[in-house]
Design a protein around this ligand. Structure first.
Ligand code: PLP
Length: 385
């Protein structure tokens, strides 16, 4: 059966070029970058080159790139490491209600340690008001965390404006941005935008799972959370994942080489899908409209059809999607994002997420639309009986 993989915000397939490069590193250039001999030096070069590539894309310096194991770890270092290192200046943090658990749970941990956290609402399209963020900043605020692209509905936050307003109000406040869903799908310039931390994950951009990075701006104080041999200037001990780092660097390079045409194609596929399903009665697309949101995420509510049932029925037809957000399948509670955009309670269980990548084609979109046209009326009948 033909497969249409439309769950790319959960994870992506690796670029074959990335696997080839990693395979070469695993089999031939497998040295430890801390070793002093030739094999170590070779391994170190891969790390330097990946840092250079990522730094060029973000228009920052190589030394500002810290390699981690995933987006979650990057978010944790920024929030917990940033808060612990700066708590003398205050113990207040600000975030939004629609962040990923990697941010929200880190905030919860800090609350348990006596920090205070303000959770800001978003509008019905999933966007936070920059003025409201700035208004929430106080003299004792040490860190603000706002995601670039929401993983459930694709809302894109006005990061540049938020950065400008919060720094105008309190120049010492640190600004963290979870760009796990935005990197590779937008041009992102942390230095220009006043961003101090930026979290990215490899497996969302056609690199493997188990690799990520955190941009840390110059002169930002951050407490390391892992102790050991002092790799990466003591900020994150542990032998570097050389193959993963090199793979992530290559994947990023490939995506950004031709970003504009890639995004154009994704927006085209997204629009095509929305227009193909628009004649199905009682469905709705949640969150941003047209090009105001991310090019790759579609949140679709199908009234009267449970997301889980639809997901498995689609799977039978070779179409892979997720219910709400795949990162939340460990937690059966309602989606904080869908709640925050005030989606009626009855619709929350009826919402699936389709997410595209560079590897999707028009055929995938048609396959998904055909399957939905066939399944939704059938499942609605079935639900009523
Ligand atoms: N932040 C966002 C917005 C995400 O979508 C995800 C994963 O889906 C993460 C963080 C966590 O990334 P990772 O799976 O690399 O830990």
């Amino acid at each position: 059966m033909r497969e249409a993989y439309l769950d790319n915000s959960a994870t992506t397939r690796c670029f074959p070029e990335v696997v080839d490069l990693m395979s070469k590193i695993y089999l031939e250039e497998y040295g430890n970058p801390s070793s002093m001999h030739h094999k170590g030096v070779e391994a170190e070069k891969y790390i330097t080159e990946a840092a250079r590539t990522l730094a060029q894309i973000l228009k920052v310096k190589e030394k500002n790139i810290l390699f981690t194991s995933c987006g979650t770890e990057s978010d944790n270092i920024a929030i917990i490491g940033g808060a612990l290192a700066n708590q003398r200046a205050g113990r207040h943090l600000i975030t939004t209600k629609i962040e990923h658990p990697a941010v929200l749970e880190a905030m919860k941990f800090l609350e348990e340690q006596g920090f205070e956290v303000t959770y800001l609402p978003v509008n019905e399209r999933g966007v936070v008001s920059p003025q409201e963020v700035a208004d929430a900043v106080r003299d004792d605020t040490i860190l603000v965390s706002v995601m670039h692209t929401n993983n459930e509905i694709g809302a894109v936050q006005p990061i540049e404006e938020i950065g400008r307003l919060i720094k105008a109000k309190n120049p010492s406040v640190l600004f963290h941005v979870d760009a796990v869903q935005g990197f590779g799908k937008a041009r992102i310039f942390p230095k220009k935008w006043g961003v101090d931390f930026l979290a990215v994950s490899g497996h969302k951009i056609h690199a493997p799972k188990g690799i990520g990075f955190l941009y840390i701006a110059d002169k930002v104080r951050v407490r390391n959370l892992i102790f050991g041999g002092g790799q990466q200037n003591g900020m994150r001990s542990g032998t570097e994942n050389v193959a993963g780092i090199a793979g992530m660097g290559l994947a990023a390079k490939m995506l950004y080489q031709d970003l504009d045409s890639g995004l154009e194609r994704l927006y085209g596929l997204r629009e095509q899908f929305i227009s193909l399903v628009s004649d199905i009665p009682d469905i709705q697309i949640n969150g941003p409209r047209g090009r105001e949101g991310a090019p790759h995420i579609i949140s679709l509510t199908t009234a009267g059809v449970r997301a889980e049932v639809l997901l498995h029925a689609l799977e039978e037809k070779g179409v892979y999607v997720s219910s709400g957000s795949a990162c939340s399948t460990n937690r059966p509670h309602l989606s904080a994002t869908l709640e925050a955009i005030r989606l009626p309670r009855a619709y929350m269980d009826n919402t699936i997420r389709l997410s595209l990548s560079e590897m999707n084609t028009e055929e995938d979109i048609r396959q998904a639309s055909d399957a939905l046209h066939e399944l939704i009326p059938f499942l609605r009948r079935y639900t009523r009986h």
